[in-house]
Design a protein around this ligand. Structure first.
Ligand SMILES: [Zn+2]
Ligand SMILES: [Zn+2]
Length: 455
């Protein structure tokens, strides 16, 4: 983060926070390094040293006790999952954010230990270069490369568009301009910031899953902290992704992409607060990098995600338990075991066979009423599909494209439907998603044709 950003953040928050400030992404910004001067109070752990850190406005720690405590929390979360085996290849996703550089440092430290505490998996560090979508400093990629070289771990730096569209993205960048254009087309045709950001999240997930498979990794580690996951939890509910919550914030999540796979996503930083991570990064002199999304520097009423973020951040300033309360509540929402269908775009659980009184059906009905007007009273909800089908009996080519879109939408979850409806063309979607959808449609048509002959 550069000096100008720090100053802007401080101007906003100076009045409410005396020592440090919370940024958009939950990272804590310190006014100057000198701010971490010993406090008047003693550390609650060793009771000898003067405190350097105050957590939740009451718990005081000295620097010497704080770093091992944070590391312990990370190791305990990782240990709890019991999912990483000795020698297993783990894809460690580093975006450049404070959380991700801290995750990398913690893993590296764990690998250096000589005792039984040593981490025994085989990490492959990944940085996805999103500079095609956001304006990053031109030397950012080189600086990240430098950082990875310093740690001496296996690493890969892949361009975002190549990861989304190419099956050979690890070895060649021949069609990168073409891929960049396709990716930009997708985001240019989505005018709504909420949808843009939601699509970015889904494509990032898609790219990471694909790269994990290409790099022969069976585990993926991402660095979301408690703060970020709490915001994601509330945003998910607002976006209509409530049933997918455990998939997006859980400790260990199987990536369900239709076929049986052992690819598991682990979030070992999820029990650490943004403040804990910021102090960890500060005490270990870890520099973070610019990491943007479509919501960076936008106003809070332009998107659902940003409104949620501001809501959580504002509450957190006065009530320091806000984030952990939201987070713990989210943990109680368990995954539906009876999931029978997964969305082709986000791999999330689909709400199928909903009862007529569900929120989903109510939304559908309300959309139907606003489309049909007075006719809505004459037809029942069941007739909607027939009516729509009758209206579409036209051979025009534009309609055909629209038909394909409508058919593809049937295989998507509620939130992804909104994204696809707003896309001008489906041609820019990754071809795996399209081919999977076409396969599903073919299967459906075949089923229709032979249904009378089935016993
Ligand atoms: Zn201490
Ligand atoms: Zn979806």
């Amino acid at each position: 983060m550069n000096f100008v950003d720090v100053n802007i953040v401080l101007t906003f928050y100076k009045s409410s926070v005396t020592m440090c400030s919370v940024t958009e992404e939950g990272a804590v910004v310190f006014e100057t390094l000198n701010q971490v001067e010993p406090l008047e109070l003693k550390c609650r752990k060793c009771l000898i040293e003067d405190g350097n850190v105050v957590l939740q406005k009451k718990y005081v720690y000295c620097k010497t006790c704080f770093v091992p405590m944070v590391t312990h929390k990370f190791r305990a979360t990782l240990g709890k999952s019991k999912l990483v085996n000795r020698g297993e290849r783990v894809l460690v996703c580093v975006s450049g954010s404070q959380s991700s550089v801290s995750l990398l440092h913690m893993i590296w430290t764990g690998l250096q230990q000589s005792t039984y505490k040593r981490l025994t998996f085989d990490p492959v560090v990944l940085y996805i270069d999103e500079s095609v979508l956001h304006n990053y400093p031109h030397d950012q990629k080189d600086k990240i490369k430098e950082l990875f070289e310093k740690y001496g771990l296996t690493y890969r730096i892949v361009k975002f568009a190549a990861a989304v569209y190419s099956d050979n993205c690890l070895n060649e960048e021949r069609y990168i301009d073409q891929y960049n254009d396709k990716l930009k087309n997708i985001f240019n045709s989505l005018s709504d910031l909420t949808l843009k950001e939601d699509m970015l999240m889904k494509l990032r997930k898609y790219a990471i899953t694909k790269l994990a498979e290409l790099l022969k990794c069976t585990r993926i580690m991402t660095a979301e902290n408690e703060h970020k996951l709490s915001i994601r939890l509330l945003s998910n509910v607002a976006l209509g992704r409530g049933s997918q919550t455990s998939l997006d914030i859980g400790l260990a999540v199987n990536n369900k992409n239709g076929d049986k796979t052992s690819l598991v996503t682990i979030r070992p930083m999820r029990n650490l607060s943004a403040k804990e991570i910021s102090y960890y990064a500060l005490f270990n002199n870890l520099d973070d990098f610019m990491h943007s999304n479509f919501l960076t520097a936008t106003s809070e009423d332009e998107s659902i995600q940003k409104t949620t973020e501001r809501f959580v951040n504002d509450l957190q300033v006065d009530f320091p338990s806000t984030v952990s309360t939201i987070f713990r509540t989210g943990e109680k929402i368990s995954e539906k075991t009876s999931a029978i269908a997964y969305c082709s775009l986000c791999q999330g659980i689909m709400d199928v066979n909903m009862s007529p009184s569900s929120a989903m059906e109510a939304t559908k009905y309300s959309k139907y009423v606003s489309l049909m007007g007075i006719k809505a009273l004459e037809l029942s909800l069941k007739d909607v599909k027939n009516e729509e089908a009758n209206q579409k009996n036209c051979t025009g080519c534009k309609c055909k494209k629209q038909d394909l879109k409508e058919e593809i939408i049937e295989g998507l979850c509620y939130a992804c439907t909104h994204i696809i409806q707003n896309l001008e063309s489906l041609d820019d979607l990754p071809k795996d998603i399209l081919s999977k959808e076409k396969e599903r449609l073919q299967f459906k048509r075949m089923e229709e044709q032979i249904k009378d002959f089935l016993l």
